[in-house]
Design a binder for this molecule. Structure first.
Ligand SMILES: [Zn+2]
Length: 134
């Protein structure tokens, strides 16, 4: 499962960090999930808690913070940069993009020059922000 594999990567990272710092408790971890990454947040959270338990990582419920990372695009032709929020996007399209990020190119063109040749700069994948251990 996609969510499980991602959660496992995060849990192993935390485990390493605890060892490195001679710490025993995870105080806080900020995880940014790209809106173009098709992650089920509930499944991800469940997997993370389960893995923390398996790895004997102590943490409080408030320690895990999930943040949505907004998508950002850049046109390869004119260099214009825009986010998903700048566009009028209906829910159905948003859903489609969420589940199959590869379809963005069939839904959008550059708002300035109309080119379909744009790249996804942000909003894909998972990044770990601040981590505090004790
Ligand atoms: Zn453009």
């Amino acid at each position: 499962m996609h969510e499980w594999a991602l959660a496992d990567a995060v849990a192993r990272y935390v485990l390493e960090l605890l060892k490195e710092n001679n710490a025993s408790r995870l105080e806080r971890i900020i995880i940014r999930l790209g809106v173009l990454q098709s992650i089920d947040k509930e499944v991800f959270m469940f997997s993370l808690r389960e893995l923390f338990r398996q790895y004997n990582i102590e943490y409080s419920d408030e320690a895990i913070v999930l943040i949505d990372e907004e998508a950002l695009f850049r046109c390869r032709r004119c260099g214009y940069t825009w986010s998903l929020n700048d566009l009028e996007v209906d829910e159905a399209v948003r859903e489609a993009i969420h589940f199959i990020p590869e379809v963005v190119h069939s839904y959008f063109t550059c708002p300035r020059c109309g080119s379909r040749d744009f790249e996804v700069v942000k909003g894909r994948g998972l990044t770990i922000g601040e981590v505090v251990v004790k």
